[in-house]
Write a protein that binds this ligand. Structure first.
Ligand SMILES: [Zn+2]
Length: 89
């Protein structure tokens, strides 16, 4: 089974388990071997930011995406914990 690295945390995952990491990282299609993230990053980061940005202007979504993708994993964890008031294991 072909494996890839989660583009958010770096964990190795089978291609079939990759999720689209947008807006945390670049958008990607199902089956892509680039810019895919694991299930835990999908639920810890991607889904909360998508919900937060739901209904936001395109400009705000783009602006948030630019900031999120510039973060290291450690910074992303720190900011996400602050923004959503939850602890990420
Ligand atoms: Zn991950």
């Amino acid at each position: 089974m072909q494996e890839i690295k989660c583009c958010i945390c770096g964990k190795r995952i089978p291609v079939v388990e990759g999720n689209n990491p947008y807006p945390v990282k670049e958008w990607s299609a199902i089956g892509s071997t680039k810019n895919r993230c694991c299930h835990s990053c999908n639920s810890n980061f991607v889904t909360p930011y998508r919900i937060m940005l739901c209904g936001s202007s395109e400009a705000k979504v783009n602006w948030t995406h630019e900031i999120l993708k510039s973060y290291t994993y450690e910074r992303l964890v720190e900011v996400t914990e602050q923004v959503f008031g939850k602890e990420i294991a």
